[in-house]
Design a protein around this ligand. Sequence first.
Ligand code: FAD
Length: 394
Amino acid sequence: MASAEFNPHDAIAWPFFEARHRALAAGIEAWSHEHLAHVPHDDVDATCRALVRKLGDAGWLSYGVGGTAYGGHGDTIDTRAVCLLRETLAKHSGLADFALAMQGLGSGAISLAGTDAQKSRYLPRVARGEALAAFALSEPEAGSDVAAMALAARADGDDYVLDGEKTWISNGGIADFYVVFARTGEAPGSRGISAFIVDADAPGLEIAERIDVIAPHPLARLRFTGARVKRSQMLGVPGEGFKIAMRTLDIFRTSVAAASLGFARRALAEGLSRAASRKMFGQTLGDFQLTQAKLAQMALTIDSSALLVYRAAWLRDQGESVTREAAMAKWHASEGAQQVIDAAVQIWGGMGVQSGNTVETLYREIRSLRIYEGATEVQQLIVGRDLLKAHAGA
Ligand SMILES: Cc1cc2nc3c(=O)[nH]c(=O)nc-3n(C[C@H](O)[C@H](O)[C@H](O)COP(=O)(O)OP(=O)(O)OC[C@H]3O[C@@H](n4cnc5c(N)ncnc54)[C@H](O)[C@@H]3O)c2cc1C
C-alpha cells in the first residue's frame, strides 16, 4: 500500500518497498539537496575523502555494512536500501554515489565472510567513514576473465606473501585497505583463489600508477612485491575467494544498475526542463512530436530499468539467489541509461556537449558502468547460461 506522502504513480510506492525504504528515500533526497549542490571536481582524492566522511557522519554508509554489532544498519546488507541510496546520490552527484558505493563494495566481502575479529577491526570504521575501502579483483590480463588472475599468494609460516599486480582499482591510492583476490593454488581456475584484507601500508604494496578516466575518480594500478599478509587476514577458507567475490558482486551489481537509473532520471529531468523552455520555430522544443517521442522513450527505459533493479534487490532481500536478475538489471539499466543520457544531450543541442553542463557530465559518468563489475556482454552470457541450465534441469 502506498504511503500518503508518496504519489502512488512514483516507483517508491511499488510493493517492492517497505515503509522504512520510503522514509530512507525521502531522507537521502533531502540530504542530497542540502549537501551535494556544489561538489568540487578539481581534486577528486580530497573530494572523495570528504564525501566519505560526510556520508558516514550522516549514517548513510551503515546501510552498506552487514551487522549492527559492527556499525551496520541491519544484520545483513539491505539491498533495496543500498540501491535507493545509490539511485538518489547518482541523480545529484556521480562522485557522491562513487564514494558510497566503494565503501560497500570494498568492505562487502568482510561483511559476508569475515571473522568477528576482522569485522570488528574494519567495518565500524567503514560505516563511520573513517576508513576507505577498495575491492581489488581485476588484473591487466584478467578483467572479464577473472578466473585467469595471476597475482600469487604463497603461504610462508604465519604469513602469505603476495606477488603480482591489480589494476583499475577504484579508491586505489586513497584506500586504507584493499580486499585482494589472489591465487593460492588449491585447485586450477576459480577454485584456487583466496581473498585477503591488505592494509594500504603493508610493506611490499605500492601504487604503481594512477589512472585517469573520462569521469575522474580515484583509480590505480597496484603492485605487490613480496607483500606480507598475516594468515589471520584471509577471508573465509583457502580456495573460497572466487565465491566470496561473486557473492559480493551479486549485491553490488544490482546497485550499479540503481546508480545507472539515477543518472538516467537526472537526464530525463534535464531533458524535460530544456524541452519545455527552449524556443524555436515559433514554439517550444517540447511542442514537437519528435521531441515527445524521445521523452516517452526515455521514460519507458527508466521505468523498465527501475522494475528490473528493484525486482533483483527485493528478491535478494528475500534470501534468494539473484545472479540472473542482477545481471538483467545491470545490463538493461546501464545500456538504457546511456541511451537516455544521449537523448538528453541531443535535446540540449550544442549546450549538451559543453564541458560542465549536467548532461555532458552524465554522458561521461555513465560510460564505465557498462564495463565494470562485468561488461554488458558478460551479463548477457550469465543470463543465457542460466536460462539453459534451468531448461536442462526442468
Ligand atoms: C572506471 C572503472 C573502475 C573500475 N573499478 C574496479 C575496482 O574497483 N575493482 C576491480 O577489481 N576492477 C575494477 N574495474 C575493472 C573492471 O571490472 C574491468 O575493466 C572489467 O571487468 C572489464 O575487464 P577489462 O577492462 O580487462 O576488459 P576485457 O576483459 O579485455 O574486455 C573487453 C571487452 O570485451 C567484451 N567482452 C568481454 N567478455 C566477452 C565475451 N565473453 N564475449 C564477447 N565479448 C566480451 C566486453 O565488451 C568488454 O568490455 C574498473 C574499471 C573501470 C573502467
